[in-house]
Ligand binder design. Structure first.
Ligand code: PRX
Length: 637
């Protein structure tokens, strides 16, 4: 029996059991649902100590044949991508599978013409327009490795990513519409490329029709090239383990990590989870509100839905434009059946009141999903009551950029849901909880560090150019286990609830932000001696950033104007180095930071002060400088 589509709790249990008892047989029968140029010789080889992980070795395929070509027999005229523009008065675009095929092939031919070959890296820095999904697929068509950089990142963050994986070509646009704003993406690219001599070509999508400058011999408008290109392009035959894409994610220390995802395993797992987590049926319209710049967009706007022949909505705009009814207007207009968003968006919309959703017809909705951070009880109930009208199951999907696909979630209408619990592992996922001594906890009811004991097909294979960092970050905390960096608890029924990061990554509005790169940016200010960033609870963002900053030579800010100016300069620096998403909500200037005797900043204390939990600081007498703590508490913002 095929486990590809799980329709009942019994089938889930059977599939799960099979996936643990006979993982290779389980994944081989799931993989039978795809189109292979050549099937695999072995399903799985792995060694977590190296770590080395190979799925479907010996197989040959092209993921775009699975996402596009094989649907042309039955679904040529079905909408593949449904593009909803930022401005609601601009018409939505229905791009059929046939049109998607033609446009992907044309762009693939343009890339080839510009010298891009299998294995070359191509950077995509684009707004949420169809060309972004098309560029992703065009790279995959010819075996180029795409690295999508979220178009909210600054020029220096973009340059760092382009340099890290040595991209040869960038696809961007003349600008981006975001609500009432127009963002000049092209000049961000121009600034970034001042330091990236290996980028020989920039292809520019015309979207906002603003005046921009094109650098001679490097920048070209894309459309005229597409118009001349052939609508067919033979797919490059890829090995199962050839890299498909690199996607950068923040770490708690150092520069961003370029997570490398490979072809076959990623395809199989993203498609399998899409089908089951959203229970997608042939006529459904599915909408994930993420940006393709994040892993959620890769797996659950592009690859997972298209591999299942789905209709996937791509929204260019923001939930507040032209008003707070926009999401619900789109659901009504396109009769969306599955809706997948982030807790931060739910909280922002809940704050505006239930009148907004109540004025739209949301009766098409069958499944609601959330992703990116723990969802709080209040937001969960608002989502359930006002969007799902108490009749739509909610899947709280836990996973990470490194994972490629959803690992822990309920299946809608199939397995149990409990607010704020991600609940159960997907078939093939073997989670476990670790205690403080590094031992696996064997009692059902427990809490600890969340690890995964066995590989699944879409686990990232390495960090681009730094395999040691990959091993150290994910496979060294606990022997032979993948460590997620998250804490979790498991209830008496064995259901998981994710409690949050246990390292120095802070999730702000669903975006992972490492503290170290932000501190590095602040420390570049000439007046700053040292800084420490912590998270504190925020109604909408989940967490916001609180910065403690000490100035050089005990400089102090003498007036309010001076203080505000310095705060602005610090946030401008962060915006320029990382992007506006990493700006601090609060900045407190302090004379010193609490440190251990070995000189390590005690973030635990700073975190408690920022969260106003000052009566519970624990023993501070062993600090090098306990006196600064009182002062910091006194001057807390
Ligand atoms: O802490 C977890 C949190 O987001 C982290 C992964 O972030 P990123 O790589 O950006 O991927 C986000 C989208 C897949 C995790 O380590 N996280 C993600 N989903 C959930 C979550 N925390 C609780 N519940 C979730 N559903």
């Amino acid at each position: 029996m095929s486990h590809y589509h799980i329709k009942s709790e019994k089938q889930y249990q059977e599939a799960y059991l099979e996936s643990v008892k006979n993982p290779e047989e389980f994944w081989a029968q799931i993989a039978e649902n795809f189109q292979w140029t050549k099937k695999w010789d072995t399903v799985l080889n792995f060694d977590f100590s190296k770590p080395e992980i190979n799925w479907f070795q010996g197989a040959k395929l092209n993921i775009t044949e699975n996402c596009i070509d094989r649907h042309l027999f039955e679904r040529a005229n079905k909408t593949a991508l449904l593009f909803e523009p930022n401005d609601p008065s601009e018409e939505a675009a229905h791009i059929t599978y046939q049109q998607l095929h033609d446009r992907v092939c044309q762009l693939a031919n343009v890339l080839k013409d510009k010298g891009i070959k299998k294995g070359d890296r191509v950077c995509l820095y684009l707004p949420m327009v169809p060309e972004l999904a098309i560029s992703v697929l065009a790279c995959a068509r010819i075996g180029a490795i795409h690295t999508v950089v979220f178009a909210g990142f600054s020029a220096s963050a973009l340059a760092a990513r382009i340099l890290d994986c040595d991209c040869k070509l960038v696809v961007t646009s003349d600008g981006a519409f975001r609500g009432s704003k127009t963002i000049d993406l092209k000049s961000i690219v121009d600034n970034a490329l001042k330091n990236c001599p290996n980028v020989k070509t920039v292809l520019v999508v015309k979207r906002v029709h603003s005046e921009i400058s094109l650098t001679e011999n490097r920048d070209l408008w894309l459309q005229p090239l597409l118009d001349k290109a052939e609508k067919t392009c033979t797919p490059e035959v890829m090995d199962a383990e050839d890299p498909l894409f690199i996607l950068y994610t923040s770490g708690s220390t150092g520069k961003p990590k370029g997570m490398v995802h490979t072809t076959a395993g990623y395809m199989v797992y993203s498609a399998f989870t899409f089908k089951n987590v959203f229970q997608y049926e042939e006529e459904d319209v599915y909408w994930c509100t993420a940006d393709i710049g994040w892993i959620t967009g890769h797996s659950y706007i592009v690859y997972g839905p298209l591999a299942n022949g789905a209709t996937s909505v791509m929204f260019e705009g923001v939930p507040s434009y032209p008003d707070y009814g926009r999401f619900w207007d789109i659901v009504q207009k396109h009769k969306v059946n599955q809706f997948y968003t982030a807790p931060t968006a739910i909280r922002a919309l809940a704050k505006e009141g239930a009148t907004w959703p109540s004025t739209y017809d949301l009766s098409s909705l069958k499944v609601l999903g959330t992703v990116g951070e723990p969802i709080n009880d209040e937001a969960w109930h608002w989502y359930d009551e006002h969007i799902g009208k108490g009749t739509c199951p909610i899947v709280d999907t836990w996973w990470q950029t490194e994972n490629g696909g959803i690992l822990i979630t309920s299946l809608p209408g199939i397995t149990k849901q409990i607010p704020t619990f991600a609940t159960l592992p997907m078939p093939g996922i073997q989670p476990c909880l670790m205690d403080e001594n590094g031992e696996e906890i064997n009692t059902t009811e427990a809490s600890g560090g969340l690890c995964i004991k066995f590989p699944w097909p879409s686990i990232a294979r390495t960090i681009w150019g730094n395999h040691d960092r990959y091993r150290d970050t994910y496979f060294s905390a606990y022997k032979n286990k993948y460590f997620t960096g998250d804490g979790a608890l498991r209830n008496a029924e064995g259901l998981y609830r994710i409690t949050g990061r246990v390292d120095d990554v802070i999730i702000v509005s669903g975006h992972n932000l490492g503290t170290a790169p932000i501190e590095d940016a602040i420390d570049e200010h000439l007046k700053v001696s040292e800084s420490a960033i912590v998270g504190f609870p925020h109604d909408i963002k989940g967490n916001a950033l609180y910065g403690y900053v000490t100035l050089v030579n005990s400089l102090s800010t003498s007036s309010e104007t001076e203080t505000n100016q310095l705060k602005k300069e610090i946030n401008d620096l962060i915006s320029a180095k990382i992007g506006p998403i990493a700006k601090l909500d609060k900045i407190q200037f302090t004379e010193g930071l609490p440190k251990t005797r070995s000189g390590k900043i005690m973030r635990r204390i700073l975190r408690k002060i920022a969260s106003n939990e000052t009566n519970n600081l624990g023993d501070i007498s062993t600090l090098l400088n306990p006196e600064v703590v009182e002062k910091i508490i006194e001057e807390r913002l």
